[in-house]
Design a protein around this ligand. Structure first.
Ligand code: GLN
Length: 451
């Protein structure tokens, strides 16, 4: 823990953490030592981790990357963070993120952007770590945490993991409790681990997951021994290659890595088959209707009365307006406006209802694919990490980052990003494996082969 606290100081210029909790970390580490001495070590005993600042942590400021929650100190602990502490993990601090987890770059954080520890060979231009779990990704990549939590609504674990050379695993929707996680889009939000290796991912997911009566969408199923699934044996496994993921203008490096991944699978004894997911092209527009719709509803609670920031006005309405105008950044306001629009009486059928129907079709595509294969293999992102000033003024270009991660989110399926190679500039690239609902063990087993 001391070594990691030291590394956090050395890497402060990356801006990985919104809040550092060194005293808490030392106290937790000491308690850990005592449990180890008493022969009572948990699965994550003594391991110092970063906690995405979307998780509510008892007595520690929890901001969701937003000005509106600055100074908000919960009096309760999220289920997932509590599960990790119960397994012996040590909290180093709360990691930076896009505001309310809305973004793919960490640039929308009120607390400033995060720098990716990786830069292009021969360049010192700062690159994004991806988002929204960008602080978690940069912290783990920079050895300022041994692992970190992420949340993924449309790719926020997998995309930053790909950009920072890490393993990022979004489990099946419902596998990890959402209780105590600041809500973005409740039908999509899911927590998961960001780690250096697949084995670490399996261990950490095992500690995070489990049924929770406090989350009505929590899956009431036992948590398997994920680590035991890492047999390395994928002989006879069928790996599907969805043809719709061959998008135009995909960089040659990513295309080549995908081909390489297919070869690794074959070499390990898997069978590779072509599959089709015909509604893939509708996934991004569907996501950018459903997610803002749910966000506009979830964010209605930030009214200056119950949480965080309040900016007074001459009456109650003006207080609401002043608080929300001062408290929310541009991207959050954009999403609230889009969400309110698509849910409004006159447009509900044309946008929101339509998007829900298309979402069902996308989920059905995956169900059909499972008739032909066990897992799907795709790239995680259509590019490597980009420059910090590259896409901030172009929301649509930013949204296109999510093209490979959003479909599995809409279908609630487990998806992992594995660091599988580098591009011509030496930047990390990820390959994604998607599995059927509750297929985490197969996903992890195959991920071990790509690593
Ligand atoms: N980049 C996507 C978005 O901006 C996904 C974010 C997430 O998964 N939290 O909505």
């Amino acid at each position: 823990t001391d070594a990691y606290l030291n590394a956090m100081e050395q890497t402060r210029d990356l801006n990985c953490y919104i809040t550092e909790t060194p005293e808490k970390a030392r106290a937790m580490a000491k308690a850990s030592d005592e449990r180890i001495a008493a022969g009572k070590a948990g699965a994550m005993e003594g391991l110092p981790i970063g906690m995405k600042d979307l998780f509510c942590t008892n007595g520690v400021q929890s901001t969701a990357g937003s000005h509106i929650l600055e100074g908000f100190t919960p009096t309760y602990e999220s289920t997932v963070s509590q599960n990790l502490w119960d397994a012996g993990a040590v909290m180093l601090g709360k990691t930076n993120l896009d505001e309310f987890a809305m973004g793919s770059s960490n640039l929308t954080s009120y607390y400033g952007g995060v720098k990716n520890p990786y830069t292009k060979a021969g360049s010192n231009q700062s690159l994004v770590p991806g988002g929204s779990s960008g602080g978690s990704a940069a912290a783990v990549a920079a050895h300022a945490a041994i692992a970190a939590t992420g949340t993924d609504t449309g790719g926020s674990i997998r995309q930053p993991a790909a950009f920072a050379g890490l393993v990022g695993f979004k489990p099946t929707y419902g596998r990890c409790s959402r209780w105590g996680i600041v809500a973005f889009a409740s039908s999509l939000d899911q927590a998961g681990p960001m780690t250096r290796t697949v084995r670490d991912s399996a261990i950490m997911l095992g500690a995070m997951a489990g049924f929770d009566a406090k989350d009505s969408t929590s899956l009431d199923v036992a948590v398997p021994d994920f680590e035991a699934a890492l047999t390395g044996d994928i002989r006879g496994m069928k790996i599907g290659i969805p043809k719709e993921y061959r998008v135009e203008n995909m960089p040659a490096d990513i295309e080549a890595l995908w081909k390489q991944g297919i070869e690794w699978m074959k070499d390990a004894g898997a069978e590779v088959v072509d599959v089709t997911l015909p509604h893939t092209k509708y996934a991004l527009p569907t996501y950018y209707i459903v997610a803002p719709a749910e966000a506009s509803s979830n964010l209605a609670r930030y009214d200056g009365v119950r949480f965080g920031l309040r900016v007074e006005g001459k009456d109650l309405n003006e207080m609401y307006e002043n608080t929300r105008a001062a408290g929310f950044g541009a991207e959050v306001r954009r999403r609230v406006l889009i969400g309110t629009y698509v849910l409004s009486a006159g447009y509900y059928d044309a946008y929101y209802l339509k998007a829900q129907k298309v979402r069902t079709k996308i989920a059905q595509d995956f169900k059909n694919a499972w008739g032909q294969c066990d897992l799907l293999l795709t790239p995680t992102t259509p590019s490597a990490a980009f420059a910090m000033d590259e896409k901030i003024d172009d929301p649509v270009a930013m949204y296109l980052n999510d093209v490979f991660t959003v479909p599995a989110s809409l279908a609630g399926l487990p998806g992992i990003s594995v660091p599988a190679g580098v591009d011509k500039d030496g930047l990390p690239l990820g390959l994604q494996l998607i599995g059927p609902a509750m297929g985490e063990e197969a996903v992890l087993r195959a991920a071990g082969v790509l690593e």
